[in-house]
Design a protein around this ligand. Structure first.
Ligand SMILES: Cc1cc2nc3c(=O)[nH]c(=O)nc-3n(C[C@H](O)[C@H](O)[C@H](O)COP(=O)(O)OP(=O)(O)OC[C@H]3O[C@@H](n4cnc5c(N)ncnc54)[C@H](O)[C@@H]3O)c2cc1C
Length: 500
């Protein structure tokens, strides 16, 4: 009865039809993935021949870097491959007109750089709905609970002990130099999965952990080294509040504490609007050539000469640039060992957030199926009810390749197990698979396997002659998150300004 929309289809349509994603979105009746192009007064016509700083990538990190460079009175140009700004931050307008996010959405305490930026841009936050009980689904058992860990008596002691150990061990990992942790070599030689297998008595704990790992990394424990996981936890804080597992995983008081009124997409949109005609869209950078006294950056819209360059793109797309001279071998090895996770968001829309009347938060954790974790993703005014599932890692491997109809059925079944059978009848269903995105190549973040951090990690922020590195993956706090992107953009801009 209802026409379903998928951003995946829109992306494919765009690529195959020679249309951009935005144009593809508009072509199917206003199910627009983003209105960013219209909102931002971007650079039309020819690129300038020369600027002080070229920023490659108009995601949060690149835009923040450009803003700081411009504020220092230096000329700057942002070259963005897509026809929109924001990268992994992308608003999606539902049929009702309500806005949800296809990418980064949640924000929490200690993500102060992002919160400050949002305040400055007039983007308000609201608390993620957390009144009532969460639901834990194990087999055909459904249990209501409150707090971080589902109350499975068989799992709880093990899970609690694991979390305590993770918190303790992560204290030994310096956020700016995880390779220098006293036990770095040992922790980087094993996967997180292997460590959990050795540490916990109950093998089902590994399965439970997927509900945290898959939305957070788009990956399973087998894909990341223990050291990487511990560093990520250590980085889930700020200079005065050490990172903890709880802050990384929790709703209230954690990384899922709040969302942005009108969608996080407003932040890059407003940043770009303020930057104005120094942002060039449809300008994929293809080649970066460093000469002794300058850098030549060649994009789909022409070549620009710069004194310095900030590269603020996901590692996988940085590798696709034609580098001259070639990147230093260790940087090259690092980038080749930074694959993106696999993640899609699936949202079902209802006339109301009906689960709230049943005393449910809408947050659920399951040990099976397409919905390993879900959240109430309704807009601030609850004008519609929205349930959000993260389909990541091995769950994405299983469900990502199904037909839309089969995956939709599996997702709705998962929602129904959490909030009841009314979830089977949404008025709209939307999904966005980031593995289909040419300029991101997965999501939400790059994930480092065994050996990478200790062998090549120290190259992460090392400038390459006149080229400096931004992007959330280079942040020391909240790497992988929007806050990390903002921090990294500011840091890279400071580096560049010191050298101009
Ligand atoms: C599904 C999903 C859910 C997420 N949930 C959250 C969340 O709830 N909270 C949170 O804080 N974070 C979340 N994140 C992560 C967050 O969105 C990212 O950490 C952040 O947006 C990264 O910003 P960035 O600027 O570093 O990179 P990006 O956003 O990836 O920006 C890079 C930009 O570079 C452009 N680009 C790439 N290659 C080139 C090239 N060759 N030339 C020119 N331009 C190029 C891209 O088009 C893009 O615009 C999520 C991400 C995803 C995908």
């Amino acid at each position: 009865m209802h026409t379903e929309s998928t951003s995946t289809d829109l992306t494919r349509r765009g690529l195959l039809g020679g249309l951009t994603v935005g144009a593809g979105a508009l072509a199917v009746g206003g199910l627009t993935a983003s209105a960013t192009r219209a909102e931002a007064a971007t650079l039309q016509g020819d690129l300038p021949a020369r600027v002080d700083v070229v920023v490659v990538g108009g995601g949060l990190s690149g835009l923040v870097a450009a803003r700081r460079v411009a504020a220092a009175g230096r000329s700057v140009l942002v070259l963005e491959a897509r026809d929109r700004v924001g990268g992994r931050v992308l608003n999606h307008t539902l049929r009702s007109g309500a806005v949800i996010e296809s990418g980064g959405a949640f924000v929490g305490p200690t993500q102060d750089h992002l919160l400050r930026l949002a305040r400055e841009l007039g983007v308000r936050t609201f608390k993620e709905y957390a009144v009532g009980d969460n639901v834990y689904v194990s087999g055909d058992r459904r249990t209501r609970y409150q707090g971080t860990v589902p109350p499975d008596p068989l799992l709880l002691p093990d899970a609690a002990q694991l979390i305590t150990r993770i918190n303790e061990m992560s204290k030994d990992v310096p956020v700016d130099a995880p390779w220098a942790a006293p036990r770095a070599a040992e922790w980087d030689a094993m996967t997180f999965h292997d460590w959990v297998s050795h540490t916990s008595v109950n093998p089902d704990v590994r399965n439970l952990l997927l509900s945290y790992l898959q939305p957070t990394f788009g990956s399973d424990g087998r894909d990341m080294s223990l050291l990487f996981l511990l560093w990520y936890i250590a980085a889930s804080g700020n200079e005065t509040h050490p990172g903890t597992f709880e802050r990384s995983s929790d709703t209230s008081g954690g990384a899922q504490d709040s969302r942005f009124v009108g969608g996080s997409g407003l932040i890059p949109q407003r940043l770009a609007r303020r930057l104005g005609d120094v942002v060039a869209l449809d300008a994929a950078v293809r080649r970066i050539e460093q000469r002794t006294d300058r850098v030549l950056v060649t994009s789909d819209r022409g070549t620009v000469r710069a004194d310095r360059v900030v590269v603020a793109v996901p590692p996988a797309t940085a590798l696709a640039v034609d580098w001259f001279p070639l990147l230093p071998p260790k940087r090259l090895q690092l980038l080749q060992r930074m694959p993106m996770g696999q993640l899609m968001k699936a949202d079902a829309v209802y006339e109301t957030p009906f689960w709230r009347a049943d005393g449910l938060t809408g947050m659920g954790v399951s040990d099976h199926g397409a919905v390993r974790v879900c959240f109430d993703n309704s807009p601030a005014d609850a004008s519609v009810g929205v349930l959000l599932a993260f389909v990541g890692g091995s769950t994405w491997e299983r469900y990502g390749g199904l037909s839309l109809a089969d995956r939709r059925a599996a997702v709705l079944e998962g929602f129904a197990e959490v909030v009841g059978p009314r979830a089977l009848r949404p008025v709209e269903y939307v999904e966005h698979d980031w593995t289909h995105e040419r300029w991101t190549m997965g999501g939400p973040v790059a994930v480092l396997g065994t050996g990478t951090t200790t062998s090549f990690g120290r190259w992460i922020r090392q400038p390459f002659r006149r080229v400096h590195w931004a992007g959330t993956e280079t942040s020391t706090y909240w790497s992988g998150y929007m806050d990390g992107a903002v921090r990294a953009g500011d840091r890279a801009a400071r580096e560049v300004l010191e050298r101009l």
